[in-house]
Design a protein around this ligand. Structure first.
Ligand SMILES: Nc1ncnc2c1ncn2[C@@H]1O[C@H](COP(=O)(O)OP(=O)(O)OP(=O)(O)O)[C@@H](O)[C@H]1O
Ligand SMILES: [Mg+2]
Length: 605
């Protein structure tokens, strides 16, 4: 949640948002209708209670006291009946409030359940470029906190809001049918209350917004510093960090204090207005009673109704604020849902058996606008050919792989596999032909088996073991507790980088892909493991198109073709010997590493 997001005005007038939220409730509309009926019955019963007592006073007690033709037995019977009625109303109110309290959360939960599912499915379809620009924490907040805020809205706020308005409406109606003049007197201070409440609302909204931003800042600070606790320790920054946190924490404390203060002013103020109204009423109605214009029961009725009327009024201001913050959450959720998903082809291409020929034709690509990262890149990789990309850091090697996998859309040119433009093939139809091994290995929580199979039920344990043995990874796996059943936590931090790399190799190989892509795959593996892998790779590359990227030129010398990249352009193509003979960029790169190696060697000697 950023401050700019917060500054946007969310108002109930935001009709499209309101209608979208309304549409969300469509599948469970019947629950809302039932709940609304329950609210109507319940609040009506509640509003009727003072009326029953007032009637009992006016029809039985008062005439009896004044001895105006009503016998004690009739009066007693009447009072008994009124008491029974009162009880009945209470039971009705409680019963239907129970019904409502069951139905609304049920409806809310169903809506949020569907919404979260839709959000998660949508997030997975978003293009990678979205995640380049949006912190993961924000997306997580959308799916968890913001959808909870909406749940809150459908639940308590909407209930409270509608219920309070309906209740106040009933009270007003009862007052009006009982005595119009007294109703007007009771409502004399309403304009003052409306003004006070609006002022409070404006002030409170500001404070609530700042609070939300501060919470986001605290969360961001905590997650950043707890994740980076190693750096904090290594650079002895504990004191400094605590001081930084103290400042943020103090801000949060102060804003919370202002919240308490404003609440502390508002509530007593409304209370004062309530008692003022009571005083005015008492004075006016008292005189009327003395003059014999109204009966005592009506006076009682109005006094109780004023008490009842002010209670929901106080809550409404609060609820209105919460409603607005729920709308803000809704707005954020819809912004995410409206993000365009990764473009994909709907129809299935027959792409089951491929040769593995890859072609880049005059490809131009930029992550942002016209900031070209690849400039007019063209190359062809024949089926089963082994090609290596080399070049300085930032030359665009990883970008080429991302484009081949269809993670980003190119701006100009075309990329083909077996002569078919990848934009015309369903992503999942061609991605499963590509075995991808990246430098950063992401392991999921689970055991070694599940990390290699990635929950694909078509892959057997035997196949996993076969591949692991083939890669000579089984020796380290067997040494783990429980072997292949060894539990890995998310991120797989307990395994060494090389071990994780081996798992990612197995993961790619287990599908027997026609195309293998390795980005710096062997750079973090020790020389011994690298030899193991390279032997396996050699057998593996047979009948497979392979693209490898490596900084250590020693690992790619055997490649059929080496493509040298520089600032997003292809500078040289050829095999190791041809490029060396050429004496160009590759030669320089090689010489640089060679000198480096011989220098290291001379140090050792
Ligand atoms: N997701 C991204 N959004 C914006 N720019 C990016 C993104 N990824 C890479 N770049 C930029 O694209 C350029 C090429 O990056 P790329 O990762 O392809 O380089 P590379 O050749 O793989 O480098 P290295 O050898 O260090 O891995 C760099 O200037 C980089 O800053
Ligand atoms: Mg790279």
């Amino acid at each position: 949640m950023t401050e700019t997001e917060d500054k946007r005005k969310y108002t109930l007038k935001d009709r499209t948002l309101f209608f979208r939220l309304f549409k969300e409730a469509k599948p469970v509309w019947y629950l809302f209708v039932l709940a609304l009926i329950a609210i109507l019955i319940m609040t009506y019963a509640k509003a009727m209670r003072p009326k029953v007592i007032s009637n009992a006073i006016d029809i039985y007690i008062e005439p009896f006291l004044k001895n105006s033709g009503i016998s004690a037995t009739v009066a007693k019977q009447g009072i008994k009946a009124a008491a029974k009625m009162f009880l009945l109303l209470l039971v009705i109110e409680l019963g239907f409030s129970g019904v409502k309290n069951y139905l609304l959360p049920l409806a809310g939960r169903k809506i949020i359940y569907n919404l979260r599912l839709r959000l998660f499915a949508h997030v997975q379809k978003l293009p990678l470029s979205y995640f380049d620009k949006t912190p993961v924490g924000t997306v997580v907040t959308r799916v968890t906190n913001d959808s909870s805020a909406l749940n809150e809205m459908f639940n308590s706020i909407l209930t409270g809001f509608i219920q309070n308005i309906v209740y106040m409406g009933f009270i007003l109606y009862m007052m009006l049918i009982s005595d119009v003049r007294l109703t007007i007197v009771s409502m004399l201070l309403i304009p003052v209350i409306v003004i006070t409440t609006s002022l409070f609302r404006i002030k409170a909204r500001k404070i609530f917004r700042i609070t939300r931003t501060k919470i986001a800042i605290i969360n961001a600070f905590l997650s950043e510093n707890i994740t980076g606790v190693l750096i904090t320790k290594a650079f002895n920054m504990q004191k400094r960090k605590t001081k930084d946190f103290d400042k943020i924490n103090k801000d949060f404390y102060h804003i919370n204090m202002s919240k308490i203060i404003i609440m502390g002013v508002f509530r007593p103020l409304i209370n004062v207005l309530k008692y003022l109204t009571l005083a005015i009423l008492l004075w006016f109605a008292g005189v009327q009673y003395m003059d014999g214009v109204i009966e005592i029961g009506i006076l009682y009725l109005f006094i109780s109704y004023i008490g009842e009327f002010f209670q929901p009024l106080m809550q409404l201001a609060d609820q209105f604020n919460s409603l607005q913050s729920s709308f803000a959450a809704g707005e954020k959720i819809y912004t995410l849902l409206d993000q365009p998903v990764e473009p994909d082809v709907a129809t299935r291409h027959n792409f089951d058996n491929i040769q593995g020929e890859i072609c880049f034709n005059n490809v131009w690509f930029a992550y942002n606008d016209e900031d070209w990262i690849l400039k007019d890149v063209s190359f062809t990789i024949a089926p089963s050919e082994n090609v290596a990309f080399v070049g300085h850091t930032g030359a665009g090697k990883t970008t080429i792989i991302s484009l081949l996998c269809g993670f980003y859309e190119i701006q100009k040119g075309s990329i083909t596999i077996d002569g078919i433009d990848i934009r015309t093939i369903r992503k999942k139809d061609y991605r499963h032909h590509i075995g991808l091994v990246l430098q950063d290995v992401y392991l999921t929580s689970g055991d070694i088996f599940s990390n290699i199979k990635l929950n694909d039920p078509n892959i057997t344990d035997e196949r996993v073991i076969e591949i692991a043995e083939y890669l000579q990874a089984d020796s380290f796996i067997k040494e783990l507790d429980d072997g292949y059943r060894h539990k890995i936590n998310q991120g797989g931090t307990v395994l060494s980088t090389g071990q994780r790399q081996l798992i990612s190799f197995a993961r790619a190989l287990v599908y027997d892909p026609k195309i293998m892509v390795m980005d710096e795959a062997t750079s973090s593996i020790d020389t011994h493991t690298e030899t193991i892998l390279q032997n396996a790779m050699k057998r593996l590359m047979k009948n497979r198109t392979t693209i490898s990227i490596a900084h250590r030129l020693s690992t790619i010398q055997q490649s059929d073709k080496i493509i040298v990249m520089h600032h997003g352009e292809i500078k040289e193509k050829g095999n190791h010997q041809q490029l060396l003979n050429k004496g160009g960029l590759y030669y320089q790169l090689y010489k640089l590493q060679y000198n480096h190696v011989s220098a290291n060697e001379s140090i050792k000697n």
